[in-house]
Design a protein around this ligand. Structure first.
Ligand code: GLA
Length: 718
C-alpha cells in the first residue's frame, strides 16, 4: 500500500512502542477497526488485508444495521428509533506521549454527531477509546445506550479472565473460553463498582490464560459508577466487545446542543501473556492515572482492626508511639473519632458530623496532629464524606440532602441508619468539599486521608434532580467535581480510596487517589487470592496491604507473624493491629520487617511485576516477583498455601531478570535457625529463570516449626 492509497483509504495506524491499532475512517462510511496487535509496518501493512483481516465496525448504531449488537441507540424527539452514523471528518493530533485520533460521524437525517476518539500512550502500550455524543438538533434526543467503545476481535481459542467477588472476598479471578452467546459483566452498586465485579478484563487469544506467554488484550473502563462490559460471540469471524456506562434504567436525555462524553476504555495488547498487559497497565497507572505515581508510599499503622470505634486520645498516643518505635512513618485514625451531639459510639450515627468527639478526643484533631508530630510520624484521618446517618446533626438539618424517593420509606444501610448523600445537588457537593477543606485548612499537618464509602445506592431517587434517570451520571459528576476541587487546593495530601474494602479499585476514581484499600479481609492466606486478582490491572504502589492481628478478625485463622508480614510486604506495606497486644519479640520482628521493606520499597513500588504461580493453580504455593526497571534488583516471594505430608512442591522459575546479570541472594524476614543453601550466593539471571530455586516445605525453627511457611528473597546484581 502506498502512502497515498493509505491516506485515500482513511487508514490510520496508531502505533505505540510495540503495538498498532489500525482504524479506518473513510468519508461517508462508518468507523472501522482493521487490526489490533503487535506493531505492523512496511509491507506488512499491505499484508493485513491479504492475510484475511477485514474492516470491522467499531461503533455500531441501532436501527439500520439488522441484528448486529450495537454501541449506541437513540430515540429522536419525534419518536424515531434509528440512527445512522457516516464519517464526516477526522483529525490526528499529537500530545506528549502519543497521538489523538478523532473520527467524526454524523447522522445524515437527524442532528446527532459522534466523535470516536482514540488516544495512544506510546511508552506504555496503551490506547484509550471513548465517544463524545452531541445533539445538534433543535429538540432533545434520548440515548438509550451510549457505550464508550466497541472492539472487534478475531475468533479463535479466546479466553477471558475477569475479577469478581463480594465484600471481603474481593477480586477473585474467573477464567473461561468465550463461547457462543453474550457474556455480560455488569455493576449496579452506584457508589462503589468493584466489589461484586470489576470493570476490567483480560482476553487471552492463544488458549488458556498464561501469565508470561501468549497474546493478550487487557481492557479497563475508567469509570466509578454503574457499568457494563458485553462480549458477543456469534457465528461470524469476530467477537464484538463493548464497554461503557450501564444504560439500564438510565436513558440519557441530550438537551439541544449538549454533548455527553463517555468514560474512556483503556486497552493494552501484549504478546507476553497477562503479565505483559499488567506491567503495561501498572506503568501507565503510575505515570498517568494515579496521584503521585512517582512518590514512595509511607509505611502506616491504621487503627481500625486494632481498636475499632474505640479510638481515643490515650490509645492514639500509645499507637503512635508504637508505630514510631517500629520505624513506621504514618498513623491513621480510622472510624470513630467524630460526632458532637451524636457521638459515634456504634456504627449507626454521626456520619456527616465531621468534628472530633471531645469525650474521646478532648484535644480535637489539632491535638492528634500535634501528638503525631511529637512522635515523629505523619498523621492521617478517616472520613466518609458522601454519607450520613439518620442519627446525625447533618440529617437533622438537611433531610433533603440524601438520595430518596418521594412517598417511599427510606432504605438505610449500615447500622440500619446509613444513607447516601445526594451529590447531584451542588449544595451537597459544596458540603462534601467543605468537609475536606475545613479539616485540611484547620489542620495543615494532615498528611493522609482515607476516603471511605460503605453503602451502595439503594434508592434511585434524588430530591434535587429534574431528570431522575440521570442519577448515576450526575452522582459521578458530583463526585468528580469534589475530587477536582480537593486536588486543586490540596495537591500534596495522600488520599486512599476505600469502598468498604476494595469497592473503589477502579481507574475511574483513581486519578485523584494515591492508593486503594484492597479489601477489608486482611487474612494473609485469602489476601494471596485478593492481591493476585487486583494486581491484574493495579500496581503494588497503590495496593494497600496490612499486617493484621492473629487470629484474623474475619476468618479466625491463625497464621505466623512472618507469613502475615511476607504477604503484606508484596504490596504497599502497612500495619492494622493494636501493637499493645504484641510481645517485645513480635514488635522487634515488625521493626525488622519495616526496615527491610524500606530497602526493597523502590523495587516493589516502582518495579515490574512478574506473577509466577497463581494461588489457584493448585501447586500448593503462590509465587511472584518484582524486578527494578534497570533489572539490577528484584524481590522474589513464595508462600506455601497447602500442607499435606509428603507433598512435593515444584521449583518456581524466576522471571523478568537480566539473563546476563549475576545476582546475589539474601533472604529477608528470616526466622529459620539456619540460612538456606543459596543464602549470600551468586547466580546468573539465566540460571534462576531456567532452573529456579528449591524451597523447603517448612521454616525450620527450633521448637516451633510452623505449618505455614513463606520466603522473601532480595536479589541484587553484582
Ligand atoms: C470500611 C473500611 C474499613 C474501615 C471501616 C470503618 O469497612 O473498609 O477499613 O475503615 O469501614 O467503619
Amino acid at each position: 500500500m502506498t502512502i497515498l492509497s493509505i491516506l485515500a483509504s482513511g487508514l490510520f495506524l496508531l502505533n505505540t512502542k510495540t503495538t498498532t491499532l489500525a482504524v479506518v475512517a473513510k468519508q461517508g462510511s462508518d468507523p472501522r477497526i482493521f487490526y489490533y496487535g503487535t506493531t505492523v509496518s512496511g509491507s506488512d501493512i499491505d499484508g493485513l488485508g491479504r492475510s484475511g483481516f477485514t474492516y470491522q465496525p467499531c461503533y455500531t448504531p441501532f436501527g439500520l444495521t439488522g441484528p448486529q449488537e450495537h454501541a449506541i441507540s437513540v430515540i429522536q424527539s419525534d419518536g424515531n428509533n434509528t440512527l445512522d452514523l457516516k464519517i464526516t471528518g477526522s483529525s490526528l493530533d499529537e500530545w506528549e506521549d502519543g497521538k489523538i485520533l478523532t473520527v467524526t460521524s454524523a447522522d445524515p437525517v437527524y442532528d446527532i454527531v459522534v466523535n470516536n476518539v482514540f488516544k495512544t500512550y506510546y511508552d506504555e502500550d496503551i490506547v484509550e477509546a471513548w465517544a463524545e455524543i452531541t445533539n445538534g438538533g433543535r429538540k432533545s434526543a434520548t440515548l438509550t445506550r451510549y457505550y464508550s467503545a466497541q472492539m472487534p476481535l478475531h475468533t479463535g481459542n479466546v479466553w477471558i479472565s475477569t475479577l469478581s467477588g463480594s465484600w471481603s472476598n474481593d477480586a477473585n479471578v474467573y477464567q473461561e473460553p468465550l463461547v457462543r452467546g453474550t457474556k455480560l459483566i455488569k455493576n449496579m452498586d452506584g457508589v462503589r463498582n468493584s466489589h461484586s465485579s470489576h470493570a476490567e478484563a483480560m482476553i487471552s487469544l492463544d488458549g488458556k490464560p498464561c501469565e508470561n506467554a501468549g497474546r493478550v488484550i487487557g481492557m479497563a473502563l475508567e469509570w466509578g459508577g454503574n457499568y457494563e462490559m458485553r462480549f458477543v460471540t456469534d457465528d461470524s469471524d469476530y467477537h464484538r466487545i463493548f464497554a461503557g456506562i450501564c444504560p439500564d434504567n438510565a436513558p440519557y436525555t441530550l438537551a439541544k446542543g449538549e454533548t455527553l462524553a463517555t468514560p474512556p476504555v483503556a486497552f493494552s495488547f501484549s504478546p507476553e501473556g497477562m503479565g505483559g498487559v499488567s506491567r503495561n497497565f501498572h506503568r501507565w497507572g503510575r505515570r498517568w492515572r494515579l496521584a503521585h505515581g512517582d512518590r514512595e508510599r509511607k509505611i502506616l499503622l491504621n487503627s481500625w482492626e486494632g481498636v475499632g470505634l474505640d479510638i481515643n486520645e490515650e490509645c492514639a498516643d500509645q499507637m503512635m508511639g508504637d508505630i514510631a518505635a517500629m520505624g513506621g512513618e504514618l498513623f491513621v485514625v480510622d472510624d470513630g473519632w467524630f460526632g458532637d451531639k451524636y457521638p459515634r459510639a456504634v456504627d449507626n450515627s454521626s456520619l456527616g458530623d465531621w468534628v472530633a468527639d471531645r469525650n474521646k478526643i478532648p484535644g480535637g484533631v489539632e491535638g492528634l496532629v500535634k501528638m503525631a508530630d511529637d512522635h515523629g510520624v505523619s498523621f492521617g484521618i478517616w472520613v466518609e464524606p458522601e454519607m450520613t446517618n439518620t442519627i446525625s446533626e447533618l440529617y437533622d438539618k438537611h433531610p433533603d440532602w440524601v438520595l430518596k424517593s418521594d412517598g417511599r420509606d427510606l432504605i438505610c444501610g449500615r447500622g440500619g441508619t446509613q444513607l447516601v448523600l445526594d451529590l447531584t445537588n451542588p449544595e451537597v457537593r459544596d458540603f462534601a468539599f467543605g468537609v475536606f477543606d475545613r479539616l485540611l485548612t484547620e489542620n495543615p499537618g494532615i498528611d493522609y486521608i482515607k476516603w471511605d464509602a460503605n453503602m451502595n445506592i439503594s434508592t434511585y431517587g434524588s430530591p434535587y434532580l429534574k431528570k431522575q434517570a440521570h442519577l448515576d451520571i450526575e452522582y459521578w459528576r458530583g463526585f468528580t467535581e469534589v475530587c477536582q476541587r480537593l486536588r486543586a487546593k490540596y495537591p500534596n495530601v495522600t488520599i486512599q480510596a476505600c469502598g468498604g474494602g476494595g469497592g473503589r479499585t477502579n481507574w475511574g476514581v483513581l486519578p485523584w487517589f494515591d492508593e486503594f484499600w484492597t479489601s477489608d479481609n486482611t487474612d494473609a492466606l485469602q489476601r494471596l487470592t485478593i492481591q493476585w486478582g487486583t494486581s491484574y490491572f493495579f500496581p503494588a504502589i497503590a495496593m494497600a496491604a496490612h499486617i493484621s492481628a492473629c487470629p484474623n478478625g474475619l476468618t479466625h485463622r491463625v497464621l505466623p507473624l512472618k507469613y502475615r508480614c511476607d504477604v503484606a510486604m508484596s504490596g504497599r506495606l502497612g500495619l492494622e493491629f493494636q501493637p499493645k497486644h504484641m510481645n517485645d519479640e513480635e514488635k522487634e520482628f515488625c521493626r525488622k520487617v519495616i526496615a527491610s521493606y524500606k530497602e526493597i520499597r523502590p523495587v516493589v513500588q516502582f518495579g515490574d511485576l512478574y506473577r509466577i504461580v497463581a494461588p489457584f493453580d493448585g501447586k500448593g504455593y503462590t509465587s511472584l516477583m518484582y524486578v527494578s526497571e534497570a533489572k539490577d534488583k528484584a524481590v522474589f516471594y513464595w508462600w506455601k498455601q497447602a500442607n499435606f505430608t509428603d507433598i512435593h512442591l515444584e521449583r518456581p522459575l524466576m522471571a523478568g531478570l537480566d539473563p546476563d546479570k549475576m545476582y546475589r541472594l539474601k533472604e529477608l524476614n528470616r526466622i529459620d535457625d539456619n540460612p538456606l543453601p543459596f543464602e549470600g550466593q551468586v547466580f546468573s539471571g539465566r540460571f534462576l529463570m531456567d532452573n529456579g530455586i528449591s524451597l523447603p516445605m517448612f521454616n525450620e525453627v527450633s521448637g516451633s516449626t510452623p505449618e505455614w511457611s513463606s520466603r522473601v528473597i532480595y536479589l541484587v546484581a553484582e
